[in-house]
Ligand binder design. Structure first.
Ligand SMILES: NC(=O)c1ccc[n+]([C@@H]2O[C@H](COP(=O)([O-])OP(=O)(O)OC[C@H]3O[C@@H](n4cnc5c(N)ncnc54)[C@H](O)[C@@H]3O)[C@@H](O)[C@H]2O)c1
Length: 271
């Protein structure tokens, strides 16, 4: 069991969704909190909801120097950090053929490089005390693929490879890594997405977001509870929600033909 009480928990993307719910869950576990988000207003709203004061900083996780400065600021505030959740993320829907470099780099800089910067900036603090956990947000889309999500898959499969390697390299130390693979969680991610077209040919961002929110079955609070439980149990990988667990099995059983099964499932769910 990894004991969370009294630990310093760092969460990026804490202004909304899973990050906000995690901040609340860590506060209830008795953690001290360091929270960051690119959106300072929503970050302040999160802080105001908490039962304890939190250290907050407006931060773009794609900005490497800013992430290292944030780690320094957390060290000044609390002396160290223990739990680092690289959660900040964005979504993008476009075919690989039409996807332009600006959008691809925007997503990779946040969803992949943001995770790397957060890991590299905080790991020395964890290693120095041989106590801590790096929690990186991949997705069920780091396990299965669907058309129009190529950039997101590239980032989330990369996060999975990065985190699984990190876990092995840290073996024997008091520091471990957890890779998180949520299925659909009802957050603002689709509303904040850059949406051009989805796998069903839908080009209307508002309609796509509404559809996502209808299909996403897990609440952010439930996702946060499962992530906290995975940290406490030192799990290597956690699948969040029944949909993620089912899709993971389908991918294992039908590693090359699963897209056909997914298409049929999606058609049934949308009718
Ligand atoms: N919601 C889902 O269904 C789902 C599924 C799988 C994985 N995930 C992953 O979970 C994580 C959290 O997403 P969410 O669903 O809570 O989304 P959300 O949009 O509700 O919250 C994401 C937060 O990240 C912040 N953010 C965006 N860009 C940032 C940047 N450059 N620097 C700092 N903060 C930034 C946003 O302002 C927002 O507060 C993401 O990594 C996402 O890819 C979500």
């Amino acid at each position: 069991m990894y004991a969370l009480h009294g630990k310093v928990a760092v969460v990026t993307g804490a202004g909304s969704g899973i990050g906000r719910a995690l901040a609340r869950a860590f506060a209830h576990k008795g953690c001290r909190l360091a929270l960051a988000d690119i959106d300072g207003r929503s970050l302040s709203e999160t802080a105001a909801m908490l039962p304890v004061p939190a250290f907050t900083q407006t931060l773009d996780v794609a900005d490497r120097a800013a992430v290292f400065a944030f780690a320094d600021a957390v060290k000044r505030e609390y002396g160290t950090a223990h739990v680092v959740v690289n959660n900040a993320g964005v979504a993008l829907s476009q075919t690989l053929e039409r996807l332009d470099y600006e959008d691809f780099e925007w997503l990779m800089n946040i969803n992949f490089w943001g995770v790397v910067h957060g890991t590299k900036a905080f790991l020395p603090l964890l290693r120095a005390q041989n106590d801590g956990v790096i929690v990186n947000l991949s997705s069920i889309f780091g396990i299965i693929t669907v058309p129009t999500q190529g950039a997101y898959h590239a980032a989330k499969f990369a996060v999975r490879g990065y985190t699984e390697t990190l876990r092995q390299e840290l073996e024997g130390s008091g520091v471990f890594a957890v890779c998180v693979h949520p299925g659909g969680v009802r957050t603002n991610i689709a509303r904040h997405a850059r949406h051009y077209v989805d796998s069903m040919g839908n080009t209307d961002p508002a309609r796509a977001a509404a559809q996502f929110e209808r299909l996403a079955r897990t609440s952010p609070d439930q996702a946060a509870r499962e992530i906290v439980a995975a940290i406490e149990r030192r799990k290597a990988r956690v699948l969040i929600g029944a949909d993620a667990r089912l899709l993971d099995w389908i991918q294992r059983l039908f590693p090359t033909s699963y897209p056909r099964i997914l298409r049929a499932m999606l058609r049934r769910m949308r009718t």
